[in-house]
Design a protein around this ligand. Structure first.
Ligand SMILES: Cc1cc2nc3c(=O)[nH]c(=O)nc-3n(C[C@H](O)[C@H](O)[C@H](O)COP(=O)(O)O)c2cc1C
Length: 171
């Protein structure tokens, strides 16, 4: 009896979908409350499964202002906007800091709230998350030194956040 025949597929083919990260894909990571919130562009992250829960994992450098809002509220949202229509915002929200400007109003975006968690009203797809675990990456733990050379020559390591997905919304 012959063995099955397997076809190699491009990784992108099995990763397609509304909540795919990486490559050209980006989302707006938003946190805060009805008094003050901030958002930033993210393209690293993913959906994962741990502790019998489906979770999102995100990677946020220590220096990001948005991180302060995540840590204060222990909740955040990921808003996926139409990539073509909002192409111009990717760079603005991903290079200017909310410490210096009110990015959300400058970008003419509107905040909406789900059970107190802010998200971007213009998004097509939204994930609401509750932080379960966070950890700062550190030099000692890097197994392949290229990672330090390529991403951490100035320090500013990423925190990773594993967060339970509380709700998924599609417009
Ligand atoms: C396409 C793109 C993807 C990004 N992805 C991330 C990311 O996954 N994690 C991160 O810490 N910063 C990422 N950034 C950088 C932040 O969005 C940027 O530093 C932002 O200005 C932080 O804003 P804040 O200080 O208001 O929080 C990305 C930037 C761009 C343009």
């Amino acid at each position: 009896m012959g063995l099955h025949v397997f076809q190699p597929v491009e990784l992108d083919e099995i990763l397609e979908g509304a909540f795919h990260f990486g490559g050209d894909t980006w989302a707006l990571l938003t946190a805060g409350d009805d008094e003050k919130a901030n958002t930033m562009t993210v393209s690293w992250g993913g959906i994962t499964h741990i502790w019998d829960k489906t979770c999102a994992i995100i990677y946020v450098r220590e220096s990001r202002y948005t991180r302060e809002f995540i840590d204060a509220q222990k909740k955040f949202s990921l808003s996926f906007l139409n990539r073509d229509a909002y192409r111009g915002l990717k760079k603005y929200l991903g290079s200017v800091s909310g410490r210096d400007e009110d990015k959300i109003s400058n970008a003419k975006l509107n905040l909406n709230f789900d059970d107190g968690v802010p998200f971007i009203d213009e998004a097509d797809n939204i994930i609401i998350c509750k932080v379960l675990y966070k950890q700062l990456m550190k030099e000692d733990c890097v197994v392949n030194g290229r990672i330090i050379a390529d991403y951490y020559d100035k320090g500013d390591y990423h925190y990773f956040y594993i967060a339970e997905i509380k709700k998924v919304m599609i417009r």
